[in-house]
Design a protein around this ligand. Structure first.
Ligand SMILES: C[S@@+](CC[C@H](N)C(=O)[O-])C[C@H]1O[C@@H](n2cnc3c(N)ncnc32)[C@H](O)[C@@H]1O
Length: 382
């Protein structure tokens, strides 16, 4: 069967690699999507374990239409009774638009009517709509008189289930996982986020390090768990296999922040993720942090720095970050997510790599610094 993993843009290849690692067959990437082939059970398992993708879509139908009526008729032909149990909740979300279906909300309404009408006919009862928290989501694209409709197999993958509260500027969980994959973090070195906010990097790092599948934190009534797409036995196998993989992280994971309030929020999220045994918390100004560890990896997203100009205190802050890294973190690799190239310039260190990413709709830079001592220090740090 064919499936689609939707991805943050610019990182399609990273998601493709992870999909292959998880057992997806015949992959190919396009902007914001990776197509792959697998059995239905395997696709559910992939979604349960995938860190870097946004959603797993199961395409169920596509058709051309010339009028609203032909659009409705074609949507009613879909065997919805096989996808949406009549006693469960669902929602329809449509993107795109064209001259026939200018209004995507109207296109969604037509599909919703087709679903309800068909299931009522076939089953004598109808599923109800829950726009905020549906058990089954129908997602579609209508464009140039062509419709493509999918079922969201697992729900939004960034919603791991651990983030009860977020601090300002909290990173999307999927993007944090993408960044850790770019950093090639595998849990084999000390991990530090010195400006941790609500702790997204630390939590994702601990999940990688302990081989905890994100799906283990989901409630068991979302996506494929709410349907009969696969049997109860197959669902149990997916969960048990993931549970059996969990191990104790080999190296320390430290999250620190200047704000005691943020660390409290962070600790709460860590507890929700059931990772409290694996993460060390600190309340400290980054500029006062010092460790005896000779090497490690620093991954953080910095406050400030997303303005057109970086001056005064802000500029001093980034200068000081560069000085601090150079002085007290020799031997570490540092990955800083910065709001702009100007912020990167103000750090004053030579980045070994600069990668453009999107944080929501905003372009940001991931700057990699190899803080080696000795001869390489000159090349990298001066
Ligand atoms: C953009 S937020 C980080 C968000 C975080 N990655 C998350 O996903 O929630 C930046 C954090 O840097 C912290 N911060 C600012 N200045 C700091 C300093 N000098 N030392 C340590 N932390 C600092 C703030 O308290 C804030 O929590």
């Amino acid at each position: 069967m064919k499936f689609i993993a939707t991805t943050p843009i610019l990182v399609e290849e990273i998601v493709k690699d992870e999909l292959v690692e998880l057992g997806a067959g015949k992959t190919s990437a396009k902007r914001g999507k990776v197509f792959f082939e697998s059995s239905l059970k395997k696709a559910c398992e992939i979604g349960f374990n995938l860190r870097c993708g946004k959603r797993i879509l199961m395409p169920i139908s596509e058709w051309d239409y010339s009028s609203k009526e032909s659009f409705y008729e074609a949507s009613r032909k879909i065997e919805w009774e096989n996808y949406i149990p009549y006693n469960k909740t669902f929602a329809v979300r449509i993107k795109g638009g064209d001259s026939v279906l200018r209004n995507t909300a109207y296109a969604a309404l037509l599909i919703k009517d087709a679903i309800v009408d068909r299931i009522r006919d076939k089953k004598g009862g109808r599923p109800s709509v829950n726009k905020e928290n549906p058990l089954i989501s129908v997602l579609g694209l209508v464009q140039d008189n062509h419709a493509e409709i999918s079922i969201d197999l697992c729900g939004p993958l960034h919603k791991r289930g651990y983030r009860k509260f977020a601090t300002p500027g909290a990173l999307n969980e999927t993007l944090a996982a993408v960044i850790l994959r770019i950093c090639e973090y595998k849990g084999e070195e000390l991990f530090l986020d010195p400006m941790a906010g609500s702790g997204t990097f630390g939590i994702e790092a601990a999940m990688i390090s302990s081989q905890m599948a994100p799906g283990l934190l989901w409630n068991r009534n979302r996506g494929f768990f709410a349907t009969d797409f696969i049997s109860a036995k197959e669902k149990r196998e997916i969960v048990n296999e993931a549970k059996n993989k969990i191990s104790i992280p080999k190296e320390k994971i430290i999250v620190s922040d200047i704000s005691a309030e943020n660390i409290k929020i962070c600790a709460n999220n860590v507890k929700m993720a059931k990772l409290d045994k694996f993460i060390t918390f600190m309340i400290s100004d980054f500029f006062d942090l010092k460790f005896d560890f000779k090497k490690g990896i620093i991954v953080t997203n910095m406050p400030y720095g997303d303005h057109a100009e970086i001056m005064g205190e802000e500029k001093d802050f980034f200068n000081k970050v560069g000085d601090k890294l150079k002085k007290d973190f020799c031997g570490y690799r540092a990955y800083l997510l910065l709001g702009s190239n100007l912020a990167a310039k103000s750090i004053g260190l030579k980045a070994s790599k600069k990668i453009s990413l999107y944080n929501g709709s905003k372009e940001v830079k991931l700057c990699c610094y190899e803080l080696y001592s000795g001869s390489r220090k000159k090349g990298n740090l001066d």
